[in-house]
Design a protein around this ligand. Structure first.
Ligand code: ADP
Ligand code: MG
Length: 703
């Protein structure tokens, strides 16, 4: 289909009032290249021109305000770095000082003593007097606005652009001129009519007009909602297309049968009955691997929900069908532990399994590589040493990645190149991400969740204690040890200095030793400075119950499984993030005994830290904690969701617009499931739009 070029694709300098010089600057400073880019340069906020405050009414609590005042005096003060333009304006109630540090000459040129100005900004206070720096300022004829309600858009801009006559308001004038030239056909509808109706959205054309120049707050909100929805919907449609394409058109190994290995293990060696959620996930994996398409599945399950056994059973399924499989963990300790656990569980089955990590000795490594390449090894467990180029498989059929957030998208992609037909991929994570967010950020993956803990688990009791309670806390640990239990004591990694962390830990270790003297008590210690072998030995002693206490930095954060441990003490708990605290706490409560988590802090903690600790004490639910974490930190910080940048959102926020995210996701999924190729007539405009805006960023960032 031929599509005529749109006026919106015109280079920005062709817009009246721009020209080559300003055009150049708009490109460089604001990344505005075309008419369309200007249209999508959304206002930061609007000023209600009818809403004029008196200077005397401004207090330190006042947000942005607008005053209408006369310029009394202005002058340039200071030299070089302190050079600034200072002006006094006055209305009937008082005076206000205005200051500019940049664009001084340009502002000074436009100011005339005695004239009236509309001044807009946020005031600070100095010696009890209000001041504004870099306010928006515009000359007006009278000490009065012109009557009818009018919301004026304010845009982000730069000092350089301001000096060229493109301040926050003037960009609005350009935008106004542009929009006046446009008609409905220039901004045609792209969403299917039924979705517009269902979501009660205003038209695309209307939305662009109203987001810049609304006649009321309500009009603005309508426009915002429509454009946010569109953004989220388009992103979701794209992700779904990737997902469908992969599920239907990618080659994948077929696991035709559930064979002897799986059945023998399931019937004779499974140490417990699977939970309903574990069974469901296994069925999903079974389905995925049956159809000749590559599986790409994200498995989320809170700490302790039993993901490992699902991994093991899936690996047996691969082996039953003659395929090799690998299990990758983020740390050597965890890889070692998985290796030990799997070896133990599989010891009576005809399965060959090896460990491969960065510290595997050269000779051993050579052997493992050879066996993998010739196909005599069924399974390999390891760290990202597994995805190095030198590691070749004979027929890798399934790759499992544990605690995915430590593995980047690029690394995942590397796995696929390990075999002619890409292996099925199962990504497991306990990093609690709210479901809708996970499905948005990883929209190209299929999603499973284990939302049920194994039976008999008692909720962990979490308490907050400070330094003054130390002796008590130690006494409590002793009473648990007397009952045959074990305890963790965790120290934070101090970011600025490995040396400080180390000293902290050593000091702590000495202190713990004084409370728990040898030989009655035995203590393991694990930290980042130890060679892998040493870590492993110390860890192993704790796992086997030969030591009572594990003193450690956060190296044990993920995955470690010692069901007999019933106390987790976190030192300087205020230094940890919420999801980290939750991960650490998840190391206990893995057996049938009542477990405890004690958060130790100094006597003074900041507000955010107090909130985190309060949250930890009030819930064990990883998903609730994730929600709270999002509220406290925003999504950008959450590990594993940084890729959400791939969604390229300008207006919508995955956190604040959760409701809209969920609705967009459902509708996008439904649309693609019903019309994979977008062939239905009602989806034609959407298809045209997607083809025109291939969204390089989206396609390249998503593996
Ligand atoms: P995670 O999901 O955090 O990786 P694990 O796989 O390490 O959890 O399992 C946590 C503990 O729960 C382990 O000791 C495991 O043996 C046990 N477990 C797993 N599934 C079940 C089950 N269905 N019934 C009883 N215990 C289980
Ligand atoms: Mg695990």
């Amino acid at each position: 289909m031929f599509t005529a070029p749109s006026i919106l694709d015109s280079p920005i300098e062709y817009l009246k009032g721009v020209g080559p010089l300003r055009g150049d600057m708009l490109r460089k400073d604001l990344n505005i290249h075309s008419f369309r880019d200007l249209l999508e340069h959304y206002p930061l906020r609007h000023i209600d021109k009818t809403n004029i405050s008196l200077i005397a009414s401004i207090t330190p609590e006042t947000d942005f305000v607008q005053v209408n005042a006369r310029l009394l005096h202005c002058e340039i003060l200071g030299e070089k770095r302190t050079r600034r333009l200072v002006a006094q304006v006055k209305d009937s109630s008082g005076t206000l000082e205005l200051t500019w540090f940049q664009g001084i000459n340009w502002v000074e040129k436009m100011l005339r003593e005695g004239d009236y100005y509309l001044v807009y900004g946020k005031a600070g206070f100095f010696n009890g007097k209000p001041q504004m720096s870099h306010p928006e300022i515009e000359a007006v004829k009278e000490a009065k606005a012109d009557g009818k309600p009018f919301l004026e858009p304010i845009y982000s801009t730069t000092e350089k652009l301001k000096a060229r006559g493109l301040n926050a308001r003037q960009i609005g004038k350009l935008t106004y001129a542009l929009i006046s030239q446009l008609s409905e056909k220039d901004i045609p509808e792209i969403l299917p009519a039924n979705i517009i109706k269902k979501m009660q959205l205003i038209s695309r054309f209307q939305a662009f007009r109203q987001i810049h120049f609304p006649a009321s707050i309500q009009e603005y909100n309508e426009a915002l909602r429509r454009l946010k929805f569109e953004e989220l919907f388009i992103a979701q449609v794209r992700l779904n297309i990737v997902r469908i394409h992969r599920n239907h058109h990618s080659h994948g190994n077929v696991f035709t049968k559930v064979g002897d290995l799986f059945n023998t293990f399931y019937n004779n060696y499974l140490p417990f009955e699977l939970t309903g959620a574990q069974k469901r996930v296994l069925r999903e994996i079974r389905q995925d691997t049956l159809h000749g398409h590559q599986m790409n599945r994200l498995l989320q399950g809170d700490v302790g929900s039993g993901k490992t056994i699902v991994a093991l059973l899936s690996m047996l399924l691969a082996a039953d069908n003659g395929f090799q499989s690998c299990l990758m963990a983020p740390t050597e300790i965890l890889a070692q532990q998985h290796y030990n656990g799997l070896t133990e569980l599989l010891k009576d089955l005809p399965i060959t399994i090896a460990l491969l990590t960065g510290s595997t000795k050269a000779k051993q490594r050579k052997e493992v590589l050879q066996q993998l390449a010739e196909g005599s090894l069924n399974m390999v467990v390891g760290t990202h040493a597994i995805i190095e180029d030198t590691v070749q498989f004979s027929n890798l059929g399934l790759a499992i990645v544990d605690e995915q957030h430590r593995f980047g998208v690029a690394q995942r992609a590397k796995l696929w190149s390990k075999a002619a037909i890409p292996p099925h991929v199962l990504v497991m994570t306990a990093t609690p991400i709210p479901r809708t967010l996970a499905m948005t950020a990883y929209g190209d993956l299929d999603y499973s969740v284990i939302d049920e803990l194994p039976p008999g688990r008692k909720p962990i009791t979490t308490v907050h204690r400070n330094e003054m309670h130390r002796a008590n806390v130690m006494g409590f640990i002793r009473s648990e040890i007397d009952k045959g239990r074990q305890a963790y004591i965790i120290y934070p990694l101090i970011e600025e200095s490995e040396k400080l962390s180390y000293e902290d830990l050593m000091q702590g270790y000495e202190q713990v030793k004084s409370y728990f003297p040898e030989p009655k008590f035995r203590i393991s210690m694990v930290h980042g400075r130890q060679p892998a072998e040493q870590k492993e030995i110390n860890m192993q002693r704790f796992v086997e119950g030969n030591t009572h206490i594990m003193v450690s930095t956060t190296v044990i954060e993920v995955g470690v499984n010692v069901p007999n441990a019933s106390v987790m003490v976190i030192e300087s708990a205020e230094k940890f993030g919420l999801s980290q605290l939750h991960q650490l706490r998840g190391r206990v409560g893995r057996g049938g005994e009542q477990s405890f988590c004690i958060l130790l802090t100094g006597s003074k903690t900041g507000n955010d830290a107090r909130e985190r600790i309060k949250t930890m004490c009030s819930t064990n639910d990883g998903f609730k904690i994730a929600e709270r974490d999002l509220e406290l930190r925003g999504p950008g910080d959450i590990e594993g969701t940084r890729q959400s940048g791939a969604l390229n959102l300008k207006l919508a926020s995955l956190v604040d617009d959760r409701q809209l995210v969920a609705e967009a996701r459902l509708l996008a999924e439904g649309l693609i499931d019903g019309d994979e190729q977008l062939e239905l007539p009602q989806n034609a405009p959407l298809k045209t739009f997607l083809n025109l805006h291939k969204g390089k960023t989206v396609w390249s960032k998503i593996s």
